[in-house]
Design a binder for this molecule. Structure first.
Ligand SMILES: Cc1ncc(COP(=O)(O)O)c(C=O)c1O
Length: 498
């Protein structure tokens, strides 16, 4: 402080009006910082003291510090004072961004989804991981034709920015398919955005969310990023008593479930289980987020009515998408909810991306309205069932009995498999990646995975690749299982270090 006094004492302020006083003060301090006279970390006098020492007004002192802050030379901390910042590193070391990442963003450090998406586009790897429908059957010609029509009908509407809630035509077509009003529909960039908007609107840090256990990884990430505590409800047992215990113990803000052809288990709740769930939600005044995106992916018969259809109190927000039935890269989905909450969600969407792409919305609206979508769904149903059967066939042919245990499914995209306790799914994934095939290791589907949940489970997607590739993928997986097992055996028999 003495040194500070000394350096400031030498400063003469010109009051001839040619240079603003605050700039003279800022320049003098900047010079002292530059020469090292005021080293990084040095605390500057308070604004009041500076004003007193130099005989200037407090406002001028504040302006001088603001000027130095704008130049990045000092930083003011409320209640602690103003400090000289460290100068730019001259070592050429990269900027340390990690320290700047906001707390909320740091809650999502798991890059599993991104890594799996990357494998999906690597042609040397057979991805049984990416959760996609049979994209190889995408109706390219029909879409080319629709694009021509949509663009010639009005390029302005197709290329301009549309309403945040979505293109009226798409809202109308979606609403009439599912028997709601267009105002209850919000168009979103995929179900993932729908979940993110819901978390932004309904969750505060510290809230508790109950969700399927195991359950969708993307939902776990969204709720975690919102600062929520996630409590799992065993979707396999779907026991209402267990749920009621959780409701009493945790008083959750909401429940999230994916009740038809669940990701990852393939489980579908029957109508009684759905009613039990709704009864509890009504009694405990708890909103339900129903992620219903696999509804249309049934093989022989549709799943029971959705929670939204059974709901008489408008406490369900339903999330859906065209990702699995048209194309994931289109990034289009929709939400259905009470109008008041649609309005709130639309305000959140407006902040995030203003509106979903107009051209794609109009294309999909026409695809639905002209019956192309239903035809395509029929094609997918046949193909997905064939691929499901091909996967089971390939497992039986390439793996010895009992290596993988699983239950066949009636729809959806996934087979949920257990490997023996001698195989760790993460280690198996390493070996499988080397052999040229990937799947999703089970632990990522558990809100708390450090307790070992999912360590011996894996999710295999059967729908995204044609049967011949499924067979080759399982052949590679068989090699990987052998490699992982012998690696585990070697570790067990290695002499301990003494
Ligand atoms: C249950 C569930 N919800 C949401 C999503 C995200 O879907 P979208 O691609 O529409 O964002 C997925 C994707 O796999 C999913 O399985």
């Amino acid at each position: 402080m003495d040194r500070m006094k000394m350096t400031l004492e030498g400063l003469t302020i010109e009051r001839d009006g040619r240079t603003a006083i605050y700039l003279q003060v800022a320049e003098a301090l900047a010079w002292r910082i530059d020469t090292g006279d005021l080293p990084p970390g040095a605390r500057l006098p308070s604004e009041r003291d500076l004003a007193r020492q130099l005989g200037i007004s407090r406002t001028t002192a504040v302006s001088a510090y603001r000027e130095l802050e704008a130049r990045g030379l000092v930083r003011g901390h409320v209640g602690r004072g103003t400090y000289v910042c460290a100068g730019p590193a001259d070592s050429g070391a990269p900027f340390a961004w990690r320290g700047k990442v906001a707390l909320g963003a740091q809650r999502t450090l798991d890059g599993s989804l991104r890594t799996l998406a990357r494998h999906g586009s690597d042609r040397s790897v057979i991805s049984l991981a990416t959760g996609a429908g049979a994209l190889d059957l995408f109706p390219i010609d029909a879409f080319r034709h629709l694009a021509d029509r949509v663009l010639s009908r009005g390029a302005h509407a197709a290329l301009g920015l549309g309403p945040t809630e979505g293109q009226p035509k798409l809202r109308r077509v979606v609403a009439s398919r599912i028997g709601v009003t267009p105002e209850q529909v919000l168009i979103v960039n995929g179900a993932q955005q729908g979940l993110d908007l819901i978390a932004r609107c309904l969750l505060d840090p510290g809230d508790t969310v109950i969700m399927d256990r195991p359950g969708y990884l993307g939902a776990i990430q969204v709720f975690r990023a919102a600062g929520a505590t996630i409590v799992g409800w065993d979707i396999g047992r779907a026991d209402p008593e267990e749920l009621e215990d959780l409701l009493l113990r945790y008083r959750p803000k909401l429940l999230y479930t994916n009740p038809s052809f669940n990701n990852p288990t393939g489980r579908t709740l029957d109508v009684h289980e759905r009613r039990d769930l709704l009864d509890l939600a009504v009694r405990y005044r708890m909103p339900i987020i129903e992620d219903d995106l696999y509804r249309d992916t049934w093989f022989d018969s549709p799943p029971p009515p959705s929670l939204r259809q059974l709901d008489q109190h408008q406490l369900v927000i339903q999330v859906n998408t065209f990702s699995k039935t048209i194309a994931g890269g289109m990034r289009l989905g929709w939400l259905v909810a009470a109008e008041s909450i649609v309005d709130q969600l639309a305000l959140a969407k407006q902040r995030v991306d203003v509106a979903s792409p107009s051209l794609e919305q109009l294309l999909i609206a026409d695809f639905l309205a002209t019956g192309g979508y239903d035809e395509h769904l029929a094609t997918l149903r046949v193909a997905h069932r064939q691929r499901h059967d091909a996967l089971i066939d390939a497992i039986h042919r390439n793996l010895s009995p009992g290596t993988l245990s699983f239950a066949p499914v009636d729809g959806g995209l996934y087979l949920w498999c257990s490997v023996g306790h001698d195989v760790d799914a993460r280690e198996l994934l390493d070996a499988a990646t080397q052999a040229g095939v990937v799947f999703v290791p089970g632990d990522v589907f558990y809100p708390v995975s450090c307790d070992g949940s999912g360590r011996h489970e894996l999710r295999i997607c059967f729908s995204a690749v044609p049967p011949a590739m499924i067979d080759e993928g399982i052949r590679r997986l068989a090699q990987a299982i052998d490699a992982a097992r012998s690696h585990a055996r070697n570790l067990r028999t290695e002499p301990a270090l003494v």
